[in-house]
Ligand binder design. Sequence first.
Ligand code: G6P
Length: 586
Amino acid sequence: MCSIIGYYGDSAAAPILVKGLKRMEYRGYDSVGVATKSDNDIVVKKGVGKVEVVNNALHLDNLPGHVGIGHTRWATHGNVTDVNAHPHPSSSGKIAIVHNGIIENYEELKSDLEKRGYSFKSQTDSEVIANLLQYNYDQTHDVKQSMIKTVSKLKGHYAFVAMFESGILSAARFHEPLIIGIGKKGFFLSSDVLGFIEKTDDAIYLDNGELVILDRIGVQIFDFEGNAVKHQVTKVSKEFADAYKGDYAHFTIKEISEQPETIIQAGEKSSDAINTATEFIRHARSIYITGSGTSYNAALVAKYLWQKYAKIKVEPIISSELSFTPETIEPNSILIAISQSGESADVLEAVKIAKKANAKILSIVNILTSSLAQESAVVIGMGCGPEIGVAATKSFTAQLSIIYKIAKKLCDGCINMDGEKISSSVAKVLADHSKIKEIAKELKDVQDIYILGRAVHYPIATESALKLKELSYIHAEGIPGGELKHGPLALMDSSVYVVIINPNDFTYNDTLTSAREIKARGAKIIGISDKPSDIYDHWIQIPTIDDSLYPLIEIIPIQLLSYYSAIEKNTDPDYPRNLAKSVTVK
Ligand code: G6P
């Protein structure tokens, strides 16, 4: 999603802004821009493409001045064009803004401002903030008053930073992230600590409904009524500084490779929260579990595991669906929200709906300072470190690991979570990529891949399909084994590849029968199993492990296969087209 950055200080602003935007590239974007305050003017440069490409062409980092704002845009309103890229100046050019979120009433505000003589260049909703702020500033000649008047008119979700001609920066937060970095030589405003972590690890996390002014006085924070607000400075975890690729070609492969450690670490610092969550789950009348994308697939695994091992029923809900069926949530129930970022708008909306029905919110999140964490009664930290690759990998297995740890407690230890064994099994799968690389070469020109799994392996099949779609852009579909003959079999021919998730457990024989039926129709079979079979055209061996634990292991080869397929197809595995790491709009 869009990233915003601002700098006010003694150093040259533009290079700091460009570097900050580069560090936040993982959030997803299609265009980039920077504006700085030079001697007399606000100067803006922006264009479509990657930060590096646009910077090489336009020299964004050469803009003069010690104050500036920058942005990477993920298009929502208006096409991907230079004009629609941020920053947006007001029609007089005396204020420029960068914005993340959606202004729902922008059309109404825009026509009102047009009647008052303010003109618009872009198709975006964001430009209305620049002109509304300009109008209010023209009326009040006061930064704070103009910000208060502006936020009182905006409807929607937003974080924005405005740069005034005087060189003052001001920003507001409403349901989109915005963090202040306190440096020795200046202040930062950013969507993400990665925007300024190289310069400082002192941060203030603004709350919703707060605005900030950065000027010669320093940092002043107010609520939307204008009352001064005091905040503690937080030391940002040093782990964020580790968000470098190191020797790896991509973040995605680095993050896949970290899993022998991250699976074990997951939830380790949240053992009290896991205990509390377990007690809530044990005694709840109704339990719902929600998430988007990968996190929803983890929720599906929880349904199978908790039911099988602890006889506890939990209803998985796709977060984006809940607003259409809010009656699903029974009063006084529990909603478990899973989210790596803790900022997915769909998940936050689901939480809002559940809270209306007095549900208690438990969350499994990676970013402990996120909006979801703030909304939750119990927060379990995934603790897997920053995940930069857009396609979730280590965060998925960290989510599973926590779900297993809860399952183990719920069934009084009936699952044998041998950390060393799990870690070494994952490491074994990761030890040799050669076979997977070979298969990826074959998949390069394939149009359709199906992934088959039964019981708890079905959510792993849907997660596998998601990884293949995100990383390799190959159409992929997860199928519960038994459903094959109820439709998908019609699609099987020699052009199709089918991945069979077939560990040697209670699903083995039935899944092998499905593989035979597919093979008879000419499709190629990739078997993921600890047991060889001549049905498989390719056998990807996984280690034998306790029956209950296979899901933690079997996803790893598919993550690798998706990554190497992306490499074969020459796509960027870290930043798949059109996708964003944290989708902060509905
Ligand atoms: C986006 C990402 C997915 C991710 C989903 C949920 O769609 O592209 O990879 O699974 O958001 O993200 P969350 O941060 O809520 O887990």
